[in-house]
Design a binder for this molecule. Structure first.
Ligand SMILES: [Fe+2]
Length: 183
């Protein structure tokens, strides 16, 4: 893998690792505030970050050496409504800027496998930002959390899927055995 694409991979590992932990912390806060469905959604988003961080790590580990991982992440912990807003903004940024930029770099270096995966992750982040925007809108109007169906996370691309599971992941086409239930 070319050097600059590999650096994008390491940056993405840092971003997703931090997201994994931040969403677990947000989940604990939501549970404490009696938002069990939102707490479960944050656990699903945490699992998504873990799946993608793992994938980035595996790819980056093919290049030997020790590297500093640079990434920016918000250190933010407020009421659950504000945490959802912050998560929505982070997913939107990842969908519209971070992963498209990673994709463009990989494509310009003819790293087509990496480019395809970065494209998946942009789609996944778009899906998550839409989901969080819907939850925010519901709470703003109803002053209570919405019902959220069964949640599964694709262990390949990290897509969070609500309700009846599809035959294959709609983003990466992984078989349903890769769709992991979130309790
Ligand atoms: Fe997937």
């Amino acid at each position: 893998m070319k050097r600059v694409t590999a650096q994008s991979m390491r940056d993405a590992f840092g971003v997703e690792s931090a997201s994994h932990m931040r969403y677990l912390i947000f989940s604990g806060k939501a549970a404490a505030e009696q938002f069990p469905n939102v707490a479960r959604l944050f656990r699903a988003l945490a699992a998504s970050g873990k799946a993608r961080a793992t994938r980035h790590y595996e790819q980056a580990s093919r290049l030997l050496g020790e590297y500093c991982v640079n990434f920016s992440t918000p250190f933010f912990l407020e009421r659950t409504m504000d945490n959802i807003t912050k998560a929505w903004e982070a997913c939107k940024d990842a969908a519209e800027e971070f992963y498209p930029a990673c994709t463009a770099v990989a494509r310009s270096q003819n790293e087509l496998h990496a480019a395809k995966e970065f494209e998946w992750f942009a789609q996944v982040e778009k899906n998550h930002s839409d989901m969080l925007r819907t939850v925010l809108g519901f709470i703003e109007h109803a002053a209570e959390e919405p019902k959220i169906g069964d949640l599964r996370v694709c262990d390949i691309c990290g897509l969070v899927i609500e309700g009846k599971p599809p035959e294959d992941c709609p983003v990466c086409e992984a078989k349903s055995s890769f769709l992991i239930s979130v309790e």
